[in-house]
Structure formats: C-alpha cells, structure tokens
Design a protein around this ligand. Structure first.
Ligand code: NOJ
Length: 556
C-alpha cells in the first residue's frame, strides 16, 4: 500500500488505485466512541481509537455524515456541508483526525449528501420565504398541488420513510409577510385537512420532510457541490461515499407511477421513477471531472440498482470509481443464493472492468449475526461469511461492530429515534437496532463508550462478553478472526486474481482465487469433506478433513 494522501506528506506515485482491494471500516460516528461525555460519539472519540482500527487492519475509514446538521436523519440532513457539526467537534478536530489517520496509513472517506439538504439549510429557508417561481425555489422541487384547491400532492410518490414524498407549505404573504410554519409540522397532504395561513406550494422530499430534494437541473446546485468537494479534498480527505447516488436526477414532469412494488429503504425496484433517471449519469460525469484533479481520491456511490447493466453504467470510466453492491447484505443463509449474489456482483462490474464491492451490513440494514439467525448460530454463520467476503477480489466494507459479532438490539419503543419509526405510524421500527453504541471495555453499559451514564441508545448487558477489550485478548474471538483474515488478505499473494468455482455438495460452495487460495463454505447442518489443501484460516476451531456446519475455511 502506498501512504495515504495527506496535506502534510504528499503521496508518492502508486502502482494502482489504493481502493481496488481496500478494506473500508465504516464508522457510524454517533455510535463509535464518545470523548466529550455527552453520550454521543464524536471525532475525538474516533481519534482516540485509531490504534484499534490499525490493529484491526483496515485500509480506510468511511465516516457517516459529520457535517453540520439538525440530525433529523442523524446527519443525512445537512444544513452546512462545509462545516463539522458541533456534536462531533469542529474543523480542527477533523483536520487532526485526518492527520493522525494518515500517520497510521489509514485513509479517510467522508459521506456526501448531494440529493437533498436539511430544511434548516439557508437555501431552503430562503425558498420558503420566496414566492413561487422564484430563483430561491428553483433550487428545490416546488410544485403547485393538484385538485381544485391545490390541496392534493403534485404526484403520487411516497417518501421512502413513509407518508407522501410531498409537504404542503404556506406561501409567503405577497404583502411581504414571511412564511411561519416549519417543515415536518405542516399539512402532510391529507385532503380535507385545514391549513394555517395561505395555502401554497408543495415541496418534494424522497426521505423525511426535513430533507428537501435538490433540483439538479439547477446550475447553482452543482456549483455548490463542487465547492464542497474541493473544500474537503483540499483538506486531505481520500474520497467520498455519495449518498443516494442513483437518485439526484428526477424524471421530467415528475410523473405519477402505477404499481409501487416496495417502498422500503434500499429495496426499491429499478422501475421506481424516483431513482435511476438516465440524466443522473451526466451529474456523475461532472463530479468525476473534479475527482480527476485529486487522483488519490475515490468516489463510491450508494447505487441501489438490481439490473447489472444499469449498475455497470454508473461505473463507466468517467463516472464513479466504486458502487456499493448490496446483494450480499440482503442474502440469507443459503449457499446457492450466496453464490448467485457473488456471480451477479462480479458480472455486474465486468463489462466496464470495474471493481466489485462487498458489504454484509451497514447502518441501514440488519446486522449479519441477526440476519443469519441470531445467537451462537448467527455468530457462527457471520464468522463463516466474513471468510467468504474477505476471500473475494475487490473492495470490502465492514460496518463498525461487525468485527465484534454484534447483533441488532431489540430497543424499547421510547428509545427509538429513527424517523422511519414515526413516519411509518409506528409500524416499522426503523434502523436504530443496528446503530447501538459499541462496547469497548468493562462489565456493564456503557462499556467505555462514554463517560455519561449511558449512550444515546441503550446497550444490552449481554454485550459484556463482546467488548473489544475482551475480544482482543481472546484468540478465538470474532475480532481475532477479523484481524487474522485482514492480515492474511493484505500479505498473502494467494489472495489475488479472479475466482473459479469448484464443484461442491448441495448447501456448500467453494471457489479458488487465481493466486491459489481456496475458500469453502458449508451452510448445511452436517459436516462435509473438505477439498484438498492445508488450512490457512477457519471460522470454526479444529477444522481438518471435514468442514463443520455453518463454517468456512481458507485452504492453500
Ligand atoms: C441512505 C443513507 O444510507 C440513509 O441512512 C439515509 O437515511 C438516506 N440515504 C437518506 O439520506
């Protein structure tokens, strides 16, 4: 690996892009480590734990949003994209984090939220105060309502978080009076409901009302993003994960859609008009031109696209460097489905010679231990799957806490904070269960996460057995397995080249890297004979000639 870019130590020429086989460690800053004792993780907390990330062996950290935000969607509602939210620290803390990470050869990738702003962004405040048709409103999607009184939303799109994708506002009084209401508290498009004040236009928000969608047909929107990109890239960051990278362009006329198939986060379909408009590719080409001026930096798109051809379009040489592939994160404990997901992901990037990416979980989906059945069996399966994932060619994303084998937490109603919970009318518990603060040390909550009595979400007592402190000392722990796998992945030449599949019994899979490593997985309930080879690493102790149930192995 070549040393990460840093403003203080320029990067020497590298043989190939660093991100092509990098392991990115995803940090959810609220939940990682709290240094100032307010119960919420922060940048200083991350800085204090850089030694842990180095020990783990990750090449880069990806930080979920840390920009200034009222936190309606925990940072995905950005009110100033060129500042750090005081909850997490300030720009000096950020610069120091980048500097110290680089000193440990760890790259730093930020989250960028270009599809929408916060409703507290000065642009949106100006849009609410300005009349219909104004330059201020043209930065967003404002429309007149339908129906005789304009009392119905402009189209039938739902918001991903539940409810309509439109919020009705009161226009400013033409005699100069300002708008009074606040987004999220206004008329929600239910016909017959009374307005306070003068009925006005509606604005589009694919997510919460506090996240108005930007109009990417407006040049000011691109210009502002360019400023933001340069602001952080000039400070030395190594790239961006681009939120909703398939959603910035909207179809002309914002037409109604028949046949909504699924409206869950990350599981909408390719025909969904809210995403994948072909014009989004022009936006990515323009963004890429800026990245090309910073050759060390990587652009990683959150692209929720099923069709492999469409997926590949985002990875053309003049668009994104990497695209998140979520298929493994949604695949159950079934060898055939896992193999199909791997094949699908490899095939998707092949036509553009793109780099495959692998993700078992993130801050939006269930943790893999839970997905694979929870308890000891969920842990055994998650251990096996990381050996599969880390044996594959391409870039890997590890969500903080996965390396400790954490499961989703069943939180009480009163603890839930995800806007999904309220927006769904309390029918969908949302994503808080996979965002509970990490257990670092000690025997009881908050397990060294914070000096406060508890973190922003309560941790279960049972995590005493899963603290990083305990697992670092235990060679059989999940953390030790991760460390060994990452170390071998980085050092062993056998983990190179493409893959060939081996024949394997039903419920199993086996593939061989061209460099020479074989990975075998057994998802059945009975042991199966192993292919020939010496065991390099196994997810279950004592593997010899047989691969136990719910296990994987690396062979040479
Ligand atoms: C995708 C992010 O991963 C998710 O957490 C967020 O709520 C939405 N985009 C909206 O920004």
């Amino acid at each position: 690996m070549s040393r990460p870019h840093s403003t203080s130590s320029p990067e020497p020429p590298a043989p190939g892009p660093w991100w092509r086989d990098a392991v990115f460690y995803q940090i959810y800053p609220r939940s990682f480590a709290d240094a100032d004792g307010d119960g919420i993780g922060d940048l200083a907390g991350i800085r204090d734990r850089l030694g842990y990330i180095e020990l783990l062996g990750a090449d880069a950290i990806w930080l979920n949003p840390v920009m200034r935000s009222p936190m309606a969607d925990h940072g995905y509602d950005v009110s100033d994209p060129r500042d750090i939210d005081p909850l997490f620290g300030d720009l000096d803390d950020f610069d120091e984090l980048v500097r110290e990470a680089h000193a440990r050869w760890i790259r730093v990738v930020m989250d960028l939220v270009p599809n929408h702003t916060s409703s507290a962004h000065p642009w949106f405040a100006a849009a609410l105060a300005a009349p219909p048709g104004s330059r201020e409103r043209a930065r967003y999607h404002f429309r007149d309502g339908r129906g005789p009184d304009g009392d119905e939303p402009p189209n039938n799109w739902p918001s991903i978080f539940g409810g309509p994708a439109w919020t009705h506002i009161t226009d400013p009084d033409p005699n100069g009076q300002q708008h009074q209401g606040r987004p999220g508290q206004q008329h929600q498009g239910r016909p017959g409901q009374q307005h306070q004040g003068r009925p006005g236009q509606w604005y589009l928000h694919l997510f919460a009302p506090e996240q108005p969608d930007l109009n990417w047909g407006n040049e000011e929107v691109f210009d502002d993003l360019e400023r933001t990109l340069r602001f952080w890239l000039d400070r030395g960051v190594d790239g961006f994960r681009i939120d909703v990278a398939h959603g910035m362009a909207k179809p002309d006329g914002l037409p109604d859609h028949d046949g909504w198939q699924s409206n869950k986060l990350l599981s909408h379909f390719d025909t969904d008009p809210r995403f994948n408009d072909p014009n989004v590719h022009d936006i990515h080409r323009r963004i890429r031109k800026i990245f090309d001026e910073y050759p060390h930096a990587v652009a990683i798109g959150e692209i929720w696209v099923h069709d492999p051809q469409r997926f590949a379009e985002y990875l053309r040489p003049d668009e994104l460097h990497l695209g998140f592939d979520f298929h493994l994160a949604l695949t159950g404990w079934d060898a055939t489905a896992i193999r199909a997901a791997i094949d699908g992901s490899l095939a998707a990037v092949a036509p553009v010679q793109g780099t495959p990416t692998w993700t078992l979980s993130n801050h939006d989906v269930s943790r893999e231990v839970t997905r694979f059945g929870g308890g000891p069996i969920g842990i055994a399966r998650a251990r096996a799957m990381i050996l599969v994932e880390l044996a594959l060619p391409g870039a890997v994303f590890v969500y903080n806490g996965a390396e400790l084998g954490l499961a989703d937490v069943d939180l009480p109603d009163e603890a839930l904070q995800d806007p999904v919970w309220t927006r769904s009318g309390h029918t969908d518990r949302g994503r808080d269960g996979c965002r509970v603060p990490l257990p670092w040390q000690g025997d009881r909550p908050p397990f060294g996460f914070t000096a406060a009595t508890q973190g922003w979400l309560p941790q279960p007592e049972s995590w005493a057995a899963l603290t990083a402190e305990r697992q670092l000392e235990d060679v059989t722990s999940m953390l030790s397995l991760y460390r060994s796998a990452l170390e071998l992945r980085r050092r062993r030449p056998e983990l190179s080249g493409g893959i060939d599949w081996y024949g394997s019994p039903p419920g199993c899979l086996a593939f061989r890297r061209h460099g020479g490593l074989t990975c075998a997985l057994n998802t059945t309930a009975v042991p199966v004979p192993l292919p020939p080879g010496a065991v390099l690493l196994a997810s279950t102790p004592g593997v010899d000639t047989q691969l136990p149930p719910n296990s994987a192995v690396w062979l040479l």
